[in-house]
Design a protein around this ligand. Structure first.
Ligand code: PMV
Length: 325
C-alpha cells in the first residue's frame, strides 16, 4: 500500500452564483462566480492507493458506499489515475464536519478535499491552480474551495483556463454568515439537473449572464473597500435572480419551502429595525445571512426564537485547503 494522505477543505457560499455549464463533461461554467469560504463546515478525506484492492473502497461518515453511490468518486479517481502513474484502486475515507445534521455537507468541500488527498496520494504535486482545476471536475463549486476567504472562479473556456483565484484569502473584516437550517434533507432537484434545466429552458438565461457580469463588477471593488451595503445588496439580488431561473424554467420548480419565505421576511424586518443583513440561498431552502459581527447576537436570537436554536449556525470566513499529517 502507498502512503495515505489526508486533506481538509472547507465549504463555500457563493455570493455571485454559478448556475449553468457551458461544457457538462469538463464542468466549464457559463459564467464566472464569487464565493466566501466558511470556517464551520468542512470535509476531511484520506486517500491511499492500494495494489491489494479489487475496486475503489469509499466510506463517507463511517458508512461504506455501494458501487453505485461511489460512482462519482470512482470517476474522479479515474481522472487522478490518468494524470498520474497510479493504476491501483484506492481506499477513500471521508468525514463531513458539520455542527448538526444540517444538510450543509456540500459537494464543494468534499471534492476539494478529495482532489487534494487523491492527487498527493497518487504522487502528483499540483499547485493550487491545478488543484482548483482538478476539484472542478468533481463539482463546480469545489473549484473555489481550494482557497480561503473571498474567491473568484474564472469561467475560462477550456480545462486549462477554468479555475479559481483568491480575491482576499485572509479576511480582515468583522463579518459573519449565519446559516439557518430549514430542511436538512437532500434536495429533490440536484444542482446538476437544475442548472442545465435553466440553461435549456429559461427565457431569462441570457439576462442572467449579463447580471452575473454586472454583479461581479460591483461586488469585487465593494469587497475590497469593505462596503457592506453594496456587497449585501448585490448578493441578495444575485441569489433571487438565480432562483428566478428555476421559476421560469420548464417544467418550473423551486428550492424554496414555506419557511424559506417566512425567513426572508424576518431578514427584511431586521433590516427595517436597523439591523443590516442580507440573505442568499443555494440549491435548497436554507438561508445564509450575511451580516456584520456586531449584529450576530441579535440575528441569532431572533432566528432561534422563530426557528429553534439548533437550526442556527454562525460561521466566519474560513481557510483554504490544508494537508494533515
Ligand atoms: O457545485 P454544484 O454542481 O453543486 O453547483 C453549485 C450551485 C450553487 O451552489 C447553487 C451556486 C454556487 O455557485 O455554488
Amino acid at each position: 500500500m502507498n502512503a495515505a494522505v489526508t486533506a481538509r477543505a472547507h465549504t463555500n457560499i457563493a455570493l455571485v452564483k454559478y448556475w449553468g455549464k457551458a461544457n457538462t463533461d469538463l464542468i466549464i461554467p457559463q459564467t464566472s462566480s464569487l464565493s466566501l469560504t466558511l470556517d464551520q463546515f468542512y470535509t476531511e478525506t484520506t486517500v491511499a492507493f492500494d495494489e491489494g484492492l479489487t475496486s475503489d473502497h469509499v466510506s463517507v461518515n463511517h458508512q461504506v458506499l455501494t458501487a453505485q453511490q461511489a460512482s462519482k468518486v470512482h470517476n474522479f479517481l479515474n481522472l487522478v489515475r490518468q494524470q498520474s502513474s497510479r493504476t491501483s484502486f484506492a481506499r477513500v475515507t471521508s468525514v463531513n464536519h458539520v455542527p448538526t445534521a444540517a444538510g450543509l455537507a456540500s459537494s464543494a468541500s468534499a471534492f476539494a478535499a478529495l482532489a487534494g488527498a487523491a492527487s498527493r496520494a497518487a504522487g502528483l504535486s499540483l499547485d493550487r491552480t491545478a488543484l482548483s482545476r482538478l476539484a472542478r471536475r468533481g463539482s463546480g463549486s469545489a473549484t473555489r474551495s481550494i482557497f480561503g476567504g473571498f474567491v473568484e472562479w474564472h469561467a475560462g473556456h477550456d480545462d486549462l483556463s477554468s479555475y479559481a483565484v483568491p480575491l482576499i484569502e485572509k479576511v480582515d473584516w468583522p463579518i459573519a454568515v449565519v446559516a439557518l437550517i430549514l430542511d436538512p434533507h437532500h434536495k429533490k432537484v440536484s444542482s446538476r439537473q437544475g442548472m442545465q434545466n435553466s440553461v435549456n429552458t429559461s427565457p431569462y438565461y441570457p439576462a442572467w449572464k449579463q447580471i452575473v457580469a454586472d454583479d461581479l463588477a460591483a461586488i469585487k471593488p465593494a469587497i475590497l473597500a469593505q462596503d457592506f451595503t453594496t456587497v449585501g445588496e448585490t448578493l441578495e439580488s444575485n441569489a433571487m435572480r438565480m432562483h428566478a431561473l428555476t421559476l421560469s424554467a420548464w417544467p418550473p420548480y423551486s428550492y424554496f419551502n414555506g419557511d424559506t419565505l417566512t425567513a426572508m421576511q424576518t431578514v427584511k424586518s431586521l433590516r427595517h429595525e436597523g439591523i443590516e443583513c442580507y440573505y442568499t440561498l443555494d440549491a435548497g431552502p436554507n438561508l445564509k445571512i450575511f451580516c456584520e459581527a456586531t449584529n450576530v447576537a441579535t440575528i441569532r436570537t431572533r432566528l432561534a426564537q422563530q426557528f429553534g436554536a439548533d437550526n442556527v449556525i454562525v460561521a466566519q470566513p474560513g481557510p483554504g485547503i490544508q494537508f494533515l499529517d
